[in-house]
Design a protein around this ligand. Structure first.
Ligand SMILES: *[C@@H]1O[C@H](CO)[C@@H](O)[C@H](O)[C@H]1NC(C)=O
Length: 237
């Protein structure tokens, strides 16, 4: 009675459990064998960071090093580069400057440059920067203005694309996360804020004065209907 339902289960146990026990030590044994032999047999990655400023191209690191190292894969040099990725943008509002960082695309790059424009104005092209450069400074930014900045990479085959909102024809530049473009909003100067506050304060004060003047002087003269009626009524009494 007990034997027949238990039989398949026992069969499974006898086949699986010893195997499982067997596999565990075998695995660790294999790892133990592998680890000492890893460093000589496996190449290491080059000390290459695509976001590091003044980063020597990985292919040059590969040539220069005593042992060959591995580089991240690149697109074909016969193709225009992929767009770089715009990173952190640090705005110094008081000086009208912004420091822009970016990361290299997985493509061979000869040079970079920045495009900058305000609102819907024409893009201004910054100076050409060599392939090691990952940051650049923008100057002459106006307080309170909003700009679009894009980083462009180029090589012998062409230049990287700027994403457009709603297709290639569109004038509007899209600013997806991890794309080559971003928007910079320069905060207004603190002095400007003080002026704005003074302006609003003055306007409110004038409005209050006008309300008081109207209340005490002009309302009777211009004839507020209700007040006129009560005045006449009280005069009649
Ligand atoms: C690339 O430009 C940077 C910054 O202008 C400069 O320091 C560096 O020497 C240049 N590198 C090459 C290889 O021209």
């Amino acid at each position: 009675m007990l034997g027949s339902p238990c039989f398949p289960w026992l069969l499974v146990m006898t086949f699986l459990v010893p195997r499982a026990q067997f596999l565990a030590p075998q695995d660790s044994e294999e790892e133990g064998e592998d680890q000492p032999s890893l460093p000589p047999s496996r190449a290491v990655y080059c000390d290459y960071d695509r976001c590091r400023h003044l980063q020597v191209p990985c292919q040059e690191l590969q040539k220069a090093g005593p042992v060959p190292c591995l580089c991240p894969g690149l697109s074909s040099p016969d193709q225009q580069p992929e767009p770089p990725r715009l990173g952190e943008v640090h705005v110094v509002a008081e000086e009208g400057r912004a420091l822009v960082h970016w990361c290299a695309p997985s493509s061979p790059v000869r040079q970079y440059w920045l495009l900058l424009w305000e609102g819907s104005g024409d893009p201004r092209r910054g100076p050409s920067l060599n392939a090691t450069v990952r940051r650049a400074e923008l100057e002459g930014l106006k307080p309170g203005a909003t700009y679009t900045v894009c980083v462009v990479a180029s090589n012998e085959a062409g230049e990287s694309l700027i994403p457009r909102e709603g297709g290639e024809e569109s004038e509007q530049v899209a600013v997806p996360a991890f794309g080559p473009c971003g928007r910079i909003t320069v905060p207004p100067r603190p002095a400007t804020l003080v002026h704005v506050a003074l302006g609003v304060g003055t306007a409110l004060a004038l409005l209050s004065c006008f309300a008081l003047v109207w209340h005490f002087c002009l309302r009777d003269r211009w004839g507020c209907p209700r007040r006129g009626a009560t005045a006449r009524a009280s005069g009649a009494l």
